[in-house]
Structure formats: structure tokens, C-alpha cells
Design a protein around this ligand. Structure first.
Ligand SMILES: [Fe+2]
Length: 577
């Protein structure tokens, strides 16, 4: 067993010790049969989906000739990585990107955990699930953090007991590459290093398509970014593809039910940050891409039925829109000082698919939530406001003003290439819809992102924000509680918990207490990893306490790598799907 395969088949091995250049094929993280890939419709039941006829990936893959052809294509892929690609930039060098607790882990079947401190409150009966990248194969060459296969880490809690389960989202990409025994889909954030590499990689992927190895119409996404619950369905999401429906079984296992196209009404891809109005149950979303129309807004009714697309043609260029916000009456989009490269630029310039654009003036678009077209859309210039994520937004002054709370990326030029240099400023932005005047007010000097609120306050004026402290993103050295009622130009931090030397968490999630009386009556959940011991834990903190006191700590039987977004699903909701 060589060093590369050993780091996937046993305990994680520091990738810092890998050779300087990777002239390898690939190493698989584990060896087990994949769950079949399914494509389901919204009205199909789980049983129907499970019994669906599963087409063979290709008859091709079982023949000797196909095996030889596959080997030849894989060899060509290695040649591209080793002789055509530019030297690996730090942002796409897997020796760095997959080091430490960014290294992938094996799937973990439901495994009981030990509560080593305090007790799990009864209102946490349900499941805390967090998504994140976990490549099933060691990358042949370049690899970006955003390109890993999605893995869900679910901690199911019932009557004070906790069960951890880590499972890949069984995307079409995952199951196809699993069947072929090697990674074949170019990474969106890491594969466009130069013109020769683009041409060679494009030709190779085209050959794989022609040979029947891959059908891009079934999706290229990795479902690695977030989760969302709407229309009584739970989805794993990444903005490069359609949502994947997932469910938790009664014993805490995670099943992928299939790629969801909502009766063929949802095309190509969807944001990983849909917004679910807690009052109406509607879910609001969008998609963006490199070809016209570059941006499309839509929503789902409370039953999860997708409503017609609204193309926003006032975004005349490919833009980079990761997140957005909704108020009671509006949807808000930030057209930040970044843009998506046109396909021809990706090919001829190489590098990341999105770049900062100093010639752009950041602006916020406001459109009625139920707009049938963009005739009522208005844009407001907000120079220097470049949020990747939004925390909340609401209306004031009888609907004549909008307030947005969001971490503003003040080093937007580093947004994709140097996550270690990304600095955020949490800001409260007020837009007067009558005059068009926008004002920005910093509310903390810390580098904050991955922030949440009490979910029942989405679209409404809220007081408290709970945010990770970037060190750097997406590692969080602690969590702070911000009080938005503080006066202007005041640090709004009112509570803080740092995890300690060598300990890092991620995005917190707020779960309200049953019968809680105030907005902050609840608990904060997050996975925390100790880099000194290699151990991961779930922390449960009292959101109302002055020091975000720990009320329970769960020792996890397996490491949980650093990742992105999660959510908590109540037990009563889990039983509905
Ligand atoms: Fe995000």
C-alpha cells in the first residue's frame, strides 16, 4: 500500500508529506458498492423511487475493450495533469487543500456517540446535518476546496442519545465515477489552468461522453455546499447542479433518493442558499450561469411546487451570486464587484472561473417576491458592498426602506484564490427605496462569516446574529453573538466563545427552545475539531448565556472534516419524508 492510498484506507495521513508533483492515477477512499443513482419526480414516493428501474451506467463499462479504453483515457488524463497543466497554485494544490482536517474521511454508518459533558436538551430531538466537500478519490492533479464530493455528517439526537452518520450524497457524478473506478469530471474551480489544458481536458471529457462513460445532462454537481428543507423534502445542494433529495432513516442513516428536477421545470442548476419563509412555507431561489440568460429567479410554493422562471436580463453579464436575501415583500440580489468569466475567457485565460472586477460598482437588485417578470426590478448602487453570504433582511419605514445584514468581503480580489486572505466586515446596510440612497454601517471589527439567526426571524427585523470567527474561512476559531440594537459605530459583539488553541469549528446553527420567550432563547450547535488530538466533537451552547456556555458536548466516533453549511431538522419533520 503506497502513501497515497494509505491516506484514504486508514487513518488520515498528513498530505504535507506527499511528493512535490503528483504523477498518479487515483486512490479510492474506500471500497464498497455504490448505492444506485436515481432520478425522481416530486410526486414519487420514497418506495416508488427505491423501486425505480435503474439503468446500467453503460454496458460499455463491463467489457474488456472498454476497460482498455478507460485505461487509455485515464492515462491521457494523467498526461494532462503532469505535462500540460501549469504548476499547481496553492488554491488548487491538494497537498495544501486536503491537509489536516480538510482531508476526507470514510463513510460512517450510524454509530452511537458518547455525551461526555452535560446533557442534550429534549428540544434537540431531531438531527443536525452539515454538508461539506469530501473527495472520494485523491485528485489526479489540481483540486479546489469547492470541488469535492458532498458528504453529509448527521448527528441524530433522540432522548438524550446521539448517533453520528457520515454518507456521501450519491450524485450522478459520484456514482458514475464510483462505477468507473476513477475521477473523470473536471473540477469547475480547478480545471481551467491554461488554454492547452482546457483544450486537452475538453477533448478528453468529450471523448468520455462519446464513449458513453458520462452523460452531462444528468448533472456534473457534487451537492457539497448546504442543505435545505422545503415542501416536506430535504435537499443537499450545490449551485452547479439541481438539488438532490435525501432522507434520514429511523436508525439515523442517510439515503440519497435522487436528483430533483421538479417535473422538469427546474433546469440545469439552483443556488445552494434558497430562502424559506417561515411564515408562508414558500422557498425562494435562483440560478446563474455563463450563458444567457445569465440569471434567473424563481420560487416554490409551500408544497414545493416550482413556479415559473423570471429571467433577470438587467444583469447583462455573467455574474457571481452565491447567496441572496428575502424580506416580507422582496427578493434582494447583490451584483458584486466580481464576475463570472465568459466561456471563451475561461478557455483562453485559464485560472478560476470567477474573478474580481474593479470596473464594476456593486449594486443591490430589489424585485417583488412574486414578480412575474423583471419590470418592477430596481437596482441600487452600494459601492464596496460585496457579500458572498447574507444573514437577514427586512423592511422598515412602511416598506420604503430595506435593511440588510451581511458579512461584506472587503478583500474581494482574494475570494476564490486565497481564502486565507479573505477578510469580512459584518455590516448593516440600509437602502432607501424612495431616494435610492444606501448607507453602510460596520457592526463588528472581527473577521466574521457563516452567520445565522433564529430561523423564525427570517424576513423580520431581528436583534441577534451568531457568527463564526474566520481563522481563516471556512475554519472558525470561535463563535460570537452580535446585538444589532447597539448604536451606530459600536462593536455589536455581546457574547463570545473561542474554542481554544488548535480547535476550530464551522457555521453555528440556532435551535429555539420549545416555548422560548425571547429571540435568543435557544441553543447553538456546531462541530468542532481539535487539531492537537485529531478528535471532533459536537458542541451545544446556550445562546442566551453571557459566555455562550456549553450545555453538552458529544464526542464523535470519527473526525468530521471542515465544511460549509448545515441545518437542524426536528424529529417531527424527519418523520414526514
Ligand atoms: Fe455558502
Amino acid at each position: 500500500m503506497n502513501l497515497l492510498s494509505s491516506c484514504f484506507l486508514s487513518r488520515p495521513v498528513s498530505l504535507q508529506s506527499l511528493p512535490p508533483h503528483l504523477n498518479i492515477s487515483s486512490a479510492r477512499i474506500q471500497d464498497q458498492r455504490p448505492q444506485p443513482y436515481l432520478s425522481i419526480r416530486p410526486n414519487e414516493t420514497k418506495r416508488q423511487a427505491s423501486n425505480a428501474q435503474i439503468p446500467p451506467l453503460t454496458a460499455f463499462s463491463s467489457s474488456i475493450g472498454a476497460t482498455v479504453t478507460t485505461s487509455l483515457l485515464d492515462t491521457f488524463e494523467d498526461i494532462i495533469h503532469n505535462f500540460i497543466d501549469h504548476p499547481l497554485r496553492p488554491a488548487v494544490d491538494p497537498r495544501f487543500v486536503l491537509s489536516g482536517n480538510f482531508a476526507p474521511v470514510n463513510e460512517l454508518p450510524p454509530t452511537e456517540c458518547e455525551v461526555i459533558q452535560g446533557a442534550l436538551p429534549s428540544c434537540l430531538d431531531g438531527a443536525y446535518i452539515r454538508n461539506g466537500p469530501n473527495p472520494q478519490y485523491f485528485p489526479r492533479g489540481s483540486y479546489h476546496l469547492f470541488d469535492g464530493d458532498g458528504m453529509l455528517h448527521s448527528l441524530k439526537i433522540s432522548q438524550g442519545k446521539a448517533t453520528l452518520c457520515s454518507r456521501y450524497v450519491k450524485t450522478y457524478k459520484y456514482t458514475t465515477e464510483r462505477s468507473l473506478g476513477s475521477p473523470i469530471v473536471p473540477g469547475l474551480f480547478s480545471s481551467f489552468s491554461s488554454l492547452p489544458a482546457c483544450i486537452a481536458r475538453g477533448a478528453l471529457f468529450a471523448a468520455r461522453i462519446i464513449m458513453g462513460q458520462y452523460d452531462p445532462a444528468k448533472g456534473i454537481g457534487n451537492a457539497n455546499t448546504s442543505l435545505a428543507l422545503f415542501g416536506n423534502r430535504l435537499y443537499a445542494l450545490a449551485e452547479s447542479d439541481l438539488p438532490y433529495t435525501v432522507r434520514l432513516t429511523s436508525n439515523g442513516d442517510i439515503e440519497t433518493l435522487g436528483r430533483q428536477d421538479f417535473d422538469r421545470t427546474l433546469l440545469a442548476n439552483m443556488t445552494a442558499h434558497p430562502k424559506v419563509d417561515p411564515a408562508s412555507g414558500e422557498a425562494f431561489a435562483f440560478r446563474y450561469g455563463p450563458v444567457r440568460p445569465f440569471f434567473t429567479y424563481f420560487y416554490f410554493d409551500a408544497n414545493g411546487n416550482k413556479q415559473p422562471d423570471v429571467h433577470l436580463l438587467s444583469l447583462p453579464h455573467p455574474s457571481f451570486v452565491h447567496d441572496f436575501a428575502i424580506t416580507k415583500n422582496y427578493a434582494l440580489f447583490a451584483d458584486i464587484e466580481m464576475r463570472m468569466k465568459k466561456p471563451v475567457e475561461m478557455i483562453f485565460q485559464g485560472g478560476p472561473p470567477m474573478v474580481s472586477d474593479p470596473n464594476k460598482v456593486a449594486r443591490v437588485g430589489v424585485i417583488p417576491r412574486h414578480a412575474k417578470n423583471e419590470s418592477e426590478m430596481r437596482w441600487f448602487n452600494v459601492p464596496g458592498f460585496n457579500p458572498m453570504h447574507f444573514v437577514n433582511a427586512w423592511e422598515e419605514d412602511n416598506g420604503n426602506a430595506i435593511v440588510i445584514v451581511a458579512p461584506n468581503v472587503i478583500t474581494i480580489q482574494h475570494a476564490l484564490e486565497r481564502l486565507d486572505l479573505v477578510q469580512n466586515m459584518m455590516e448593516k446596510v440600509r437602502i432607501d427605496l424612495k431616494t435610492g440612497q444606501a448607507t453602510r454601517q460596520p457592526i463588528s471589527l472581527r473577521n466574521l462569516d457563516l452567520a445565522v439567526i433564529n430561523p423564525s426571524y427570517l424576513t423580520k427585523k431581528n436583534r441577534y446574529v451568531y457568527s463564526g470567527v474566520g481563522e481563516p474561512l471556512p475554519k472558525m476559531s470561535g463563535v460570537v453573538k452580535l446585538d444589532l440594537s447597539k448604536g451606530e459605530f459600536q462593536e455589536c459583539t455581546v457574547a463570545c466563545r473561542m474554542y481554544g488553541a488548535g480547535c476550530y469549528g464551522g457555521e453555528p446553527f440556532f435551535v429555539a427552545k420549545e416555548g422560548g420567550k425571547s429571540e435568543d432563547d435557544g441553543y447553538l450547535l456546531t462541530y468542532v475539531h481539535n487539531e492537537n488530538t485529531g478528535e471532533s466533537r459536537l458542541l451545544v451552547m446556550d445562546a442566551k448565556s453571557a459566555d455562550l456556555d456549553i450545555v453538552a458536548t458529544v464526542k464523535l466516533p470519527q473526525r468530521v472534516p471542515y465544511g460549509f453549511h448545515g441545518l437542524f431538522v426536528k424529529e417531527t419533520q424527519l418523520n414526514k419524508f
